[in-house]
Design a protein around this ligand. Structure first.
Ligand code: VIB
Length: 223
């Protein structure tokens, strides 16, 4: 999956960390069905809290935007997160006897706290592009994982999770986020973003957020 021009460059600059994230044992366990249910539920409860803070980060992106198109794209993501993506978590957890109140008040694991506050700080201390570089691994990594597992997964209890991210709608969202990143990079770094003095810093943001995704899967496995 390329999702635009900038993402493949950031992904290549992240080196092996990208592979560690998208081919993590947690992911392969969902693919072949061997992931223990407890690990998945632990992940899902933490992920609900993650999405609360991720919604805040996309809301911060609305305030950091410089064009109405950027504002619209980020506001739409806030809406999709709060009203669509979190529903899968609520429904799956409800079926396991975990209420939405329990989800909302779940204690954050340190890996969860580190990741979401890192992303929020990227936005507070940097500009719109710094924030997008920290948000991108999450959105586009799940796009890549979903597209691959949609092809490769056999009979697994994690079909619904896979279908959410393999779905054409989600793949379209990833293409739109890729285009948002390309336009944001061109606006702030010029026509040859790789030549900009800011380029190493945005690559480092992307790589760090990718590393924090690896730690998030590890946290899930530790249940
Ligand atoms: C740890 C973790 N990383 C990525 C995602 C996926 N995700 C998070 S927000 C979003 C939509 C737009 O930002 C998507 C696809 C997740 N759920 N949990």
């Amino acid at each position: 999956m390329s999702y635009g021009r900038t993402f493949p460059l950031w992904r290549a600059a992240a080196g092996d960390t990208w592979h560690d994230y998208t081919r993590h044992a947690f992911v392969e366990g969902m693919r072949d069905g061997s992931l223990p249910r407890d690990a998945f539920l632990h992940y899902l409860v933490q992920d609900y809290v993650f999405l609360v803070h991720f919604s805040r980060a996309w809301a911060l992106a609305v305030t950091k935007a410089e064009t109405l198109d950027e504002m619209r794209a980020c506001a739409a993501t806030v809406h999709a997160l709060l009203d669509e993506e979190m529903r899968l978590h609520v429904q799956t957890c409800a079926a396991e006897g975990i209420s939405e109140e329990a989800l909302f008040s779940a204690e954050e694991a340190p890996q969860n706290l580190a990741y979401t506050r890192y992303v929020l700080d990227a936005g507070h201390s940097g500009d719109f592009l710094d924030l997008l570089a920290a948000l991108a691994p999450c959105v586009l990594g799940y796009g890549e994982i979903g597209a691959r597992l949609g092809q490769e997964a056999g009979d697994t209890p994690y079909r619904d999770w896979i279908a959410t991210y393999a779905d054409a709608d989600y793949q379209q969202t990833c293409a739109a986020v890729g285009a948002l990143i390309d336009a944001a990079a061109a606006r702030r770094l010029g026509d040859a973003p790789e030549q900009s003095p800011r380029w190493p810093r945005v690559c480092a943001r992307f790589a760090k957020a990718t590393r924090l995704e690896v730690d998030f899967w590890e946290m899930g496995l530790s249940a």
